[in-house]
Design a protein around this ligand. Structure first.
Ligand SMILES: *[C@@H]1O[C@H](CO)[C@@H](O)[C@H](O)[C@H]1NC(C)=O
Length: 313
């Protein structure tokens, strides 16, 4: 559906399908909800209800005045539910307090493990997929939903940026973010965490969770698109595009690392090492910017007004 005025032919065809008042109210609601940006979000609004994602965002209290509000005003708000995992004295339904685990870098495994156990206990049936990211990850939530919608959440599996080291089946980069199916989370907790085999804390979070997922028979699922382009990324957009990502990537990545236009799927899901201004910039370019004539409404009433500007008096 195109918002604003379309040409007479489209309009008539549309009126045949639904009644006029419904269209008008949908248009008004969509435009109002999107802060007066003209976009057609009918499909993504529908998928948001069908593919429910709980986001676990690894952060620290130091992010309360910077990283957390920036994440939450951008991709965080598009999660069906979010948990900012940190040691904090503040109460908020979005905060998961992990003070008893410890807050330094050596406790990332413990914090993530605690968050997944919490999600398993309280939210297993309320959400379909369980995403873990950092406060310097940028996520295109709609594309994450689109990617995982190709898989069943009732089968064990997880998707992310695939590293081939340390774990036989490989593991997914923690900073690029990874997403676990409901059955995968169930197996991780019941067949992994509840055994003595998985590390309770310490080590590298992504490696340890990856080992535990393998032990719990949760397989690695493909996150490449049909052109072999990656959806999850371990670094910023320009590092992948320009090819300036760290060289370790070549020896770690399960797939051939590509730069230039091949770096990234059209339906890209994540980037990592994204600072707050860049998160805001990416969000602005993706959600508040259009290229005229490419999938924008043909005619938007009074977007620009042709008029001369007189000098200030
Ligand atoms: C994050 O954004 C959502 C949606 O706008 C809001 O309901 C929630 O209170 C926010 N959480 C925090 C911690 O700011």
């Amino acid at each position: 559906m195109l918002l604003g005025r379309t040409n007479g032919h489209d309009w008539k065809r549309y009126v045949k399908q639904v009644c006029l008042t419904a269209v008008v109210s949908v248009v008004l609601v969509v435009i109002a909800c999107l802060n007066e940006v003209y976009v057609d979000a009918v499909v993504s609004d529908k998928v948001e209800k069908e593919v429910r994602i709980l986001c676990i965002v690894l952060t620290t209290q130091g992010g309360l005045n910077g990283k957390i509000p920036v994440v939450n005003s951008t991709w965080g708000k598009r999660c069906n539910k979010r948990l900012y995992v940190m040691c904090t004295d503040r109460n908020n339904p979005d905060f998961l307090n992990t003070c008893k685990i410890g807050e330094s870098k050596s406790h990332l495994t413990g914090k993530v493990r605690y968050a997944f156990e919490h999600a398993y206990k309280h939210y297993l049936n309320d959400y379909d997929w369980f995403f873990k990211g950092d406060d310097d990850t940028y996520v295109v939530m709609e594309n994450l939903r689109y990617l995982v919608s190709h898989y069943s959440t009732d089968a064990p599996g997880y998707l992310g940026y695939h590293f081939k080291k340390n774990v036989a089946q490989g593991y997914h980069s923690g900073g690029a973010g990874y997403v676990i199916s409901r059955q995968g989370l169930r197996q991780l907790v019941e067949g992994g965490f509840s055994t003595k085999a998985c590390l309770t804390d310490g080590g590298d979070e992504d490696v340890e969770i990856g080992k535990c997922l393998q032990r719990a028979s949760v397989p690695v699922l493909s996150s490449l698109d049909r052109f072999g382009r990656e959806t999850f990324h371990t670094d910023k957009a320009w590092s992948h595009i320009w090819g300036t990502y760290p060289t370790y990537l070549h020896s770690y990545s399960r797939n051939t690392v590509k730069s230039g236009t091949e770096c990234c799927s059209q339906f890209v899901v994540t980037f990592h090492h994204v600072d707050p201004p860049t998160i805001l910039m990416m969000d602005h370019l993706l959600y508040r910017t259009s290229v005229y004539g490419r999938n924008t409404p043909i005619k938007i009433p009074n977007m620009f007004q042709a008029k001369q500007v007189l000098p200030n008096k």
